[in-house]
Design a protein around this ligand. Sequence first.
Ligand SMILES: [Zn+2]
Length: 186
Amino acid sequence: MAGRTNGGAEHPPGDYRGAVMIDGKPDIEDVLQAEGIETRRGWGLCPFHEDKHPSFKINRDRQTFHCFSCGAHGDAIDFIQKLHNLDFKNALKYLGMTPGRPPMVDPKQQRKRELLADFEQWRRDKYNDACDFYNDIWHVLRACKDMEEISQHAPMIHQLSQIENEILVLSEGNHAEQYELYSAGI
Ligand SMILES: [Zn+2]
């Protein structure tokens, strides 16, 4: 069985393209079959040592192989690496796979999320401030004894409608209206 190392010549990479993909990997059974390793109920002759009795076991759930005689173990990629003496990159190439990349964080999306988070924080703070201010004004006005005293707070009263409007925009307004307040630096 040692002579199997050139077995890949009969099975160009394209052979695996129809294989069932699990996590981007071809099914280990398909890979073994394409390499001429016959298995019955998951057991076969190990290609990595002189195996007279099947000691090579496939775990279909885990998509791994294990030889109980020589200890060879791994997944479809390990199998191809070992069988054809290939490095990882070339084993992927052989299997018609492209190397997996970790998901990239899009810097533009990231920046957008940060800006939206900042904006939302501003909106909440501003809304709370406006409500507090509104209540403070009413507290002062209610404490007034007469109209004369109230009229002394004219600038404050004037602010009331502005604050009411701010509260309305900050709580129910759309982003454009809120952004208008935001960019006005209020
Ligand atoms: Zn073995």
